[in-house]
Design a protein around this ligand. Structure first.
Ligand code: UDB
Ligand code: ZN
Length: 183
């Protein structure tokens, strides 16, 4: 089971590399991706999170556990605790996105970043990606708003980008023209 000690922290150089495409989806890769999903699910279970000291997360990318692989798990529950977004993505790539941008009004954090970086991170309001599932089948995923923000945050990890790289140094709290807060 993955815990916080498995999650590598900024400024570890592994977080700054472009992760490698997955050539063959073998059992080891599938197991690793399932473990990543399990981390996110466990971390949102109050009892489990408390017991193991897990920081509640909505997504985790392979480079965050030191793996040089383009894969990520996202798991988001609604208010009642039912999963509304539950994805394991292999070799995800953006096919198209909106012109409109969005942002989380409270800014972002990261399981791999212990420091606070106040400021808005502008991301696309809608994104369409293609990815492979654990069986190697290609599928398409269209997300908007908060889940789209989470997805783009995780995709950034695969390219060695951290959220604070995207904060405007001169006007960190200023929404860009036309950008709307994520819902
Ligand atoms: C998170 N959680 O999991 F919009 F209900 C963050 C942490 C770093 C604060 C734990 C989070 O944003 N939860 C959240 C957000 C919402 C609504 C809600 C819960 N990540 C995942 C991460 O670091 N992945 O690499 C950071 C998020 C910042 C924006 C998207 C992902
Ligand atoms: Zn992150």
């Amino acid at each position: 089971m993955l815990t916080m000690k498995d999650i590598i922290r900024d400024p570890d150089p592994n977080l700054r590399k472009k992760a490698a495409e997955i050539k063959e989806i073998n059992q080891e890769t599938v197991n690793q991706l399932r473990e990543m999903r399990d981390y996110v699910i466990n971390s949102q279970d109050e009892a489990v999170a408390e017991k193991y000291g897990l920081r509640p997360g909505v997504g985790l990318a392979a480079p965050q556990i030191g793996l040089d692989k383009r894969m990520t798990a996202i798991y988001i529950e609604d208010e009642e605790g039912s999963p509304i977004h539950d994805y394991m993505l292999i070799n995800p790539r953006v096919k198209s996105h909106s012109v409109t941008e969005t942002y989380l009004p409270a800014g972002e954090g990261c399981l791999s970043v212990d420091e606070d970086y106040p400021g808005l991170i502008h991301r696309y309001q809608r994104v369409k990606i293609k990815a492979l599932d654990i069986e190697g089948n290609e599928f398409e995923l269209k997300l908007s708003g908060v889940p789209a923000v989470v997805l783009q945050h995780e995709l950034d990890h695969l390219d060695g980008i951290l959220f604070y790289d995207r904060i405007d140094k001169d006007m960190p709290m200023e929404p860009k023209i036309g950008a709307r807060p994520a819902e």
